[in-house]
Design a protein around this ligand. Sequence first.
Ligand SMILES: [Zn+2]
Length: 321
Amino acid sequence: MKRSPLLFATAGALAFTISAAEAANVKITPLGSHDGEFCRFDRAMIFEDPDGTRILYDAGRTVAGAGDPRLGKIDAVLVSHMHGDHVGDRHTKAPNAGTCGKPDISVVDAPITNTVNIAKAKGAKIITGSEMPGFFKSKLKAIGGNPKDSLLVRFGASRKLGGVTLTTVPATHSNGVNPAFIGGELGEALKAVGLNAYAGPPTGYVVTFSNGLVAYLSGDTGLTAEQDLVVRKHYKANLAVINIGDVFTTGPKEAAYVINEMVKPASVIPSHANQVSTKGGKVIAGTKTDAFSKAVKVPVHLPLSGKTMEFDGSGKCAAGC
Ligand SMILES: [Zn+2]
């Protein structure tokens, strides 16, 4: 059979497109409190898909508000749960203000949150699970934003944003809304009895990028069987960002078990250490990050603030690590 030259040309173009997508990397840039280090309050990270979609995960306190020059274009903000150090009850005056162990977080965001101020300024979506979207809708409305920019994605569901597919996964933690975010009589009453408002269960995320990278963002969590049954077996995560801080979440030993025995990714980025973890970009001996790195069997890549790492579709670091 004689094949037409046109068919060959089309097949060639298709092959080129596929190999270009495979070769493309996802860029991950931690936005911590101090350039080149992994500091006490560091949680925030930007994920950039090869198609240009940019996602901010857990803005917390180290993103210096909507005007932080490190943000650039943001298409969506993810919030694992409502605690102040993730949603942003306050934030740093500027990158590098204060010290790594005691960053200057003197700018108060409650009752609105750092997350909502950033999303409004950037025209970004806020994508959350549980009962959290209603809270963000009301806060967006309160500052003149569009409530429809707060989008729901519950466990087992998925939502598409450009070439990125997002879902939430269970986290074993808590998810109270601090009375400082509520205000009024209800806020005062809750404060008086020492309780928070209900926002549904806390979450982690699984984010699948267009180059094949599947990132598990743990949020604050303890050990949970879903890390094996859902995150690995169903979603096949090949990169994990896991919280190692202890007291509030898995400590280094428990987080290492999650990585080695349950999620089994190709590489891991520790987060949420709640201590000064590096000096000059190198791990300080005896820290939780040090203990975690020694206990984990796969490559560990430090979330050094402002330092962009690139990951290929198999979860391996291709540049910047
Ligand atoms: Zn928490």
